[in-house]
Design a protein around this ligand. Structure first.
Ligand code: ATP
Ligand code: PRP
Ligand code: NIO
Length: 491
């Protein structure tokens, strides 16, 4: 039984966020300006690039952000937060600024995908949901782009709803897969909600229901004929692919010649290299040279690459479980870190988090992220993180150097510095117009064109440079030094 109406996402957060905000509120610092950056440290799947997805849902979430009466009642009844604090929460809306990369932008480790500049309380309360959204959607968009790189121009269909980590993951994962380059989904709700093309065949159960490939396919053909697109794409592996399934499909297609579109057959088990080659021959000999072969069953980029190497005659790929669950690596690991906060005098002061693990040391200050594009070949030289006060768009040459191994460096001239952050909310107002889903997918394709092949290969790609400007790097070193000193003084 539902005890409180589930009517908002404001409590879709960790309890510690409310605890921190309560502390700040008591201390009257909840309205201090703060800047948080959202980024991941390491690309997933050993891939050379990531594909950002999640902004659309973030916008939905931030726009609607407020505590409802049932949220407040729950906090009051179950945890006894004081009335005045609850009254403060009741009035709370997001009034800050969010800058973000566009969905479909290629993204790399240690660069801010998104920045939140707002009151400390607001920034803190939205952290968990923002990470929840970006971590999943970016992971799936990246996996999809990785699989699609192996597939090439052949269509890739998303089949994962039944295996996804519940309904939200199926829907938003499907959208992320489309952003990453998939052509269609089997999920009708995703088609309806996002305008993604939907495609579908049929299951083994239909053949089992009629107890015969031929009878099931004939009945199926009868209903296909009545449909607008007349697509006939039967599953051929229920009993015996080459002896029963494919011959039945050919027989029915001949009986209905001119009345339906025999667009393909689907293979879902067995040796798919062998079966696809044999089935192709049978279809061609029957005159169905344009009929495609769809393959599904536990596919991922590794199996697909292997099937292609074996000369499999597969034209369309149906991919479910391993895509939608990011089977190989189920979490991205993006974090949300405070990089600047208002000081006692009302000025913004940079902050840093030091860690025993050098990879976890944050880069302080409000920053901008630029993609440096070589004007001669329109390829990316790398990403360049600068302090907010810098403007590489106006510089003639920049020195890009590895932030850890600083001796690895290059001087870049004749470049375009493209700011990757766009204002999404300004002072609480949505100022960004969301592009359509097809436009986002096309942007990914265009962005990929700007990346050298060595960053795009699926096995052991080169590390794409994500560098700090000299000023940004110096600032980081200064902040590290300051913290070290204050730790020494505390001893
Ligand atoms: N020629 C091939 N080379 C490499 N892997 C293949 C080849 N053919 C099929 N596979 C893969 O091998 C795995 C096992 O296939 P198999 O048909 O045995 O699946 P299954 O899960 O036992 O079948 P079902 O889903 O009907 O229970 C699947 O992941 C499939 O994608
Ligand atoms: O394997 P995936 O990449 O997730 O693709 C989706 C799978 O879902 C369907 O079958 P289901 O797995 O439900 O049943 P099966 O085990 O009989 O194939 C379909 O036939 C695919 O095999
Ligand atoms: O349409 C299909 O063939 C399909 C859809 C979902 C899962 N497996 C297959």
């Amino acid at each position: 039984m539902e005890r409180y109406t589930d009517d908002s996402l404001a409590l879709h957060t960790d309890a510690y966020q409310i605890n921190m905000v309560e502390t700040y509120w008591h201390d009257n610092i909840h309205n201090k300006r703060a800047v948080f950056e959202l980024y991941f440290r390491k690309l997933p799947f050993g891939n050379g690039f990531g594909v950002f997805a999640g902004l659309e849902r973030i916008i939905e979430y931030v726009k609607a952000f407020h505590f409802t009466n049932s949220d407040l009642e729950y906090l009051r009844e179950e945890y006894g937060y004081e009335e005045e604090f609850l009254a403060f929460l009741k009035e709370l809306r997001f009034t800050g600024t969010i800058r973000s990369m566009k969905e479909g932008e290629l993204v790399f480790g240690n660069e801010a995908i998104l920045q939140v500049e707002s009151t400390l309380a607001e920034a803190q309360l939205i952290e968990t949901a923002l990470l929840n959204i970006v971590n999943y959607q970016t992971l799936i968009a990246t996996k999809a782009a990785r699989i699609k790189r192996v597939i090439g121009d052949e269509p890739a269909l998303e089949f994962g709803t039944r295996r996804a980590q519940e309904m939200d993951a199926a829907i938003w994962g499907t959208r992320a897969a489309f952003i990453g380059g998939f052509e269609a989904t089997s999920n009708l709700r995703a088609g309806k909600k996002f305008g993604i093309p939907v495609s579908g065949t049929h299951a083994h159960s239909m053949v089992q229901t009629y107890k015969s490939d031929y009878v099931a396919m004939k009945k199926y053909a009868e209903s296909c004929v009545r449909r607008k697109n007349k697509v006939f794409l039967p599953l051929v592996d229920t009993y015996n692919t080459l002896k029963s399934g494919v011959p039945a499909a050919i027989k029915v297609a001949k009986e209905y010649e001119g009345k339906l579109e025999f667009s393909g057959i689907r293979l879902d088990s067995g040796d798919m290299a062998y079966l696809s080659i044999k089935a192709r021959k049978m279809l061609d000999e029957a005159g169905f040279t344009n009929t495609k072969i769809v393959a599904s069953n536990d596919l991922d980029e590794y199996t697909i690459l292997n099937l292609k190497a074996q000369g499999a005659k597969i034209d369309i790929w149906g991919i479910g479980t391993k895509l939608i669950t990011a089977f190989e690596q189920p979490a991205l690991g993006a974090v949300y870190k405070l990089v600047a906060i208002e000081d006692e005098n009302g000025n913004m002061a940079d902050t840093i988090k030091i860690s025993g693990n050098p990879e976890k040391v944050t880069t302080p200050g409000l920053k901008k992220v630029y993609r440096i594009l070589n004007r001669e070949n329109n390829r990316a030289e790398g990403d360049y993180i600068v302090l907010a006060t810098e403007n590489p768009e106006k510089e003639k040459k920049i020195k890009m150097f590895h932030p850890t191994h600083t001796f690895i460096n290059k001087l870049v001239t004749n470049f375009e510095a493209r700011n990757l952050h766009h204002p999404i909310f300004v002072d609480g107002k949505l100022v960004y117009e969301l592009p359509g889903i097809i436009e986002i997918q096309n942007n990914v394709k265009a962005n990929m064109e700007m990346l050298w092949d060595e960053y795009k290969r699926s096995l052991n790609p080169e590390e794409y440079p994500v560098d700090l400007s000299k000023k940004c790097w110096d600032n980081k070193m200064r902040e590290i030094e300051k913290v070290m000193q204050s730790v020494e003084e505390m001893k």
